[in-house]
Design a protein around this ligand. Structure first.
Ligand code: UDP
Length: 336
């Protein structure tokens, strides 16, 4: 769905990124119907790229991209990334496919691992054949329950290799190692953003797919209790989607990012209880806050050190938590 909020936001993204690098180029976006993937498709089409989105719609939603399907610059291929084949010589591959919601990926641990392992190998081979630049969506989850916060890229992580989150964490860690190996062995141009919690329009809110931010907004706007896990003292740092997309596009086009692993996220750390209260305040709802058991291995604190991103590509977040939350709530309440 494309609406005023999204088109205004895309306009700002356009001003923050020099889009010339994408004009007349061929781009592949895996997970193109997903939250971040669909924003990237919108921005790339706007910049004049020919965009192929691959998505099996297991977690992505057709409504995120249906406004693009009539655009001659856009094509959707419904396929699992692990099975995707193409003879097109893509200039850029943005590999975003994956199960991102902890409640949902824990129900599909094998698929989650396969997307990161098999899917990433497929994309690395495709990029190698065509000499493409490959941007891989890694995650703050590679740090696990980090002991150093704000966390720099040099921190190795504290991950339970056999815990409930390991299908996601270890899958992404394997993919990072694989891409570093492709860089070393074949000189492949790989760039690895570690994306911290992102939010905004199109973040799924429903059922197991819902993330804390979007689920709380749904609960608040439908007069249901807001479900805080544990005591809510655990923290996350929420980055508004336009800042995330800007960071990813700068990393795709700036040659300084070649071979680099770089945090992308906002540095304003917020507790989950604070998030619940802010959602209540912003939506002016009457929902109560209900406490539920904390899931096993839920990271206690999460906040990126973004000095490297700033140094490499001159990126800084521009949307405050309050402003981003307001825009997201407005978008959710206008949604049909
Ligand atoms: N969380 C919560 N209630 C929910 C969903 C999530 O309190 O209904 C908590 C979750 O335990 C975690 C944080 O909110 O500590 C962020 O959850 P999210 O779903 O965004 O995923 P994560 O950041 O853990 O990958």
């Amino acid at each position: 769905m494309m609406d005023n909020i999204i088109s205004e936001d895309l306009e700002k993204t356009k001003n923050a990124v020099k889009g010339d690098a994408f004009a007349e180029k061929k781009a592949l976006v895996t997970g193109g119907a997903g939250f971040i993937g669909s924003w990237l498709c919108d921005a790339l089409v706007d910049f004049g790229a020919d965009v192929t989105a691959v998505d099996d719609l297991s977690t992505g939603r057709i409504k995120n991209i249906d406004h693009l399907t009539k655009n001659p610059r856009f094509k959707l291929v419904k396929s699992d990334v692990c099975m995707f084949e193409s003879k097109v010589k893509f200039d850029f591959i943005l590999h975003m496919a994956g199960h991102a919601s902890p409640d949902e990926y824990q129900v599909h641990p094998i698929e989650t691992l396969q997307t990161s392992a098999v899917g990433t190998e497929k994309m690395a081979e495709l990029a190698r054949k065509n000499d493409s630049t490959l941007l891989f969506a890694s995650t703050s989850e590679v740090y696990g329950d980090a002991e150093i916060v704000p966390t720099p890229e040099s921190y190795w992580g504290k991950v339970n290799p056999v815990g409930p989150r390991s299908c996601y964490d270890e899958g992404k860690r394997f993919a990072e190692a694989l891409l570093m190996a492709y860089g070393k062995q074949y000189g492949l141009d790989v760039r690895v953003p570690r994306i911290f919690n992102s939010y905004g329009p199109r973040l799924r809110e429903d059922g197991l797919y819902g993330r804390a931010m979007s689920r709380f907004i749904l609960q608040a706007t439908t007069n249901q209790p807001i479900t805080v896990y544990g005591d809510g003292k655990q923290t996350r740092s929420f980055c508004y989607i336009t800042d995330t997309v800007t960071g990813l596009m700068l990393l795709t086009t700036n040659s300084k990012a070649k071979g680099e692993v770089v945090n992308v996220g906002n540095t304003q750390e917020v507790s989950i209880l604070e998030l619940a209260k802010k959602v209540k305040e912003t939506t002016k709802c009457k929902s109560t806050i209900e406490f539920h058991p904390l899931p096993k291995d839920d990271p206690k604190r999460r906040c990126p050190d973004t000095n490297k991103l700033e140094r490499l590509v001159g990126w800084k977040p521009t949307v405050s938590f309050e402003e981003g939350l307001k825009r997201t709530v407005t978008w959710f309440s206008q949604k049909p």
